[in-house]
Design a protein around this ligand. Structure first.
Ligand code: ADP
Length: 240
């Protein structure tokens, strides 16, 4: 694995909606080639952290440093160009497009023409074992394959940081095992992954580091092996 220094440094991130402190002084460091898990009960702020890092929401305070630049409050397209890609809990694909077109669309800004964009798209699909889907219409795909196409769209951007919002939701055990293998390979090639996930059986063997949020605050920040025996995590989340 290429493990070389922090690619994303988040410091003192805060965001309130009305009177609700959705994210309250969250700090995290993502290193190249590593997988970090982000867990916590519903409403604890996990998706908001991803939304803040990817620029969908503006932080009230905090720094989001990539290669020494503070991207906090920058627009999503600027943040994407800095090498941060994400997926969504609710997958949205261009239904009229084929899988290849949908993934290539994620490259069109950067590549000079359709042929180059499609080459990158095919590369991403191959890495996810999904090249055989290339000519299928997105509209025809079952949920698990839609998730895989969405991941291919993010991967095709060759991001330094990949933010995944519940990638295992709705997958069978076999599909989860396959996904875990793909995510390990993506990290091994140097990308830093931040994975929001409720499925501990999926996440804990995958992650090198885990953060648990509760009401926007960091309850746990440590190795996956310590998660299940942490009294605060059990009380706020795992015991629920
Ligand atoms: P999680 O992903 O851990 O389930 P969220 O980040 O979605 O939690 O939500 C954290 C808190 O912020 C919740 O109380 C939620 O209701 C609130 N929240 C999130 N997004 C918004 C929004 N756009 N407007 C108002 N409240 C929001």
């Amino acid at each position: 694995a290429i493990e070389g220094g922090p690619v994303l440094l988040v410091e003192g991130l805060r965001k309130s909606f009305g009177g609700v402190r959705a994210v309250d002084e969250v700090s995290l460091t993502l290193e190249a080639g590593t997988i970090t898990g982000l867990i916590g009960p519903n409403g604890s702020g996990k998706t908001t952290v991803i939304n803040l890092i990817s620029g969908l929401e503006r932080p009230d305070a905090g720094r989001i440093l990539v290669a020494g630049r503070d991207l906090a409050g920058k627009r999503p397209d600027r943040i994407a160009r800095a090498g941060i890609a994400r997926t969504f809990q609710a997958v949205s694909l261009p239904e009229g497009a084929t899988v290849l077109e949908a993934v290539a669309a994620a490259r069109l800004e950067r590549d000079r023409g359709v042929a180059a964009a499609e080459a990158h798209a095919l590369w991403a699909l191959e890495r996810l074992g999904a090249a055989d889907l290339a000519l299928r219409p997105c509209a025809d795909l079952p949920a698990a394959l839609r998730r895989r196409v969405e991941l291919a769209r993010a991967l095709a951007r060759q991001p330094a940081v990949l933010l995944l919002d519940e990638p295992a939701a709705g997958l069978t055990d076999a599909e989860k095992a396959e996904l875990a293998g793909h995510l390990r390979a993506i990290a091994a090639a140097g990308t830093a992954l931040l994975v929001v996930e409720h499925d501990m059986g999926f996440l804990l063997p995958l992650a090198g580091h885990v953060l648990c949020l509760d009401q926007g605050r960091t309850l746990y920040d440590g190795p996956p092996a310590g998660v299940r025996s942490d009294a605060a995590v059990v009380a706020a989340y795992l015991g629920e």
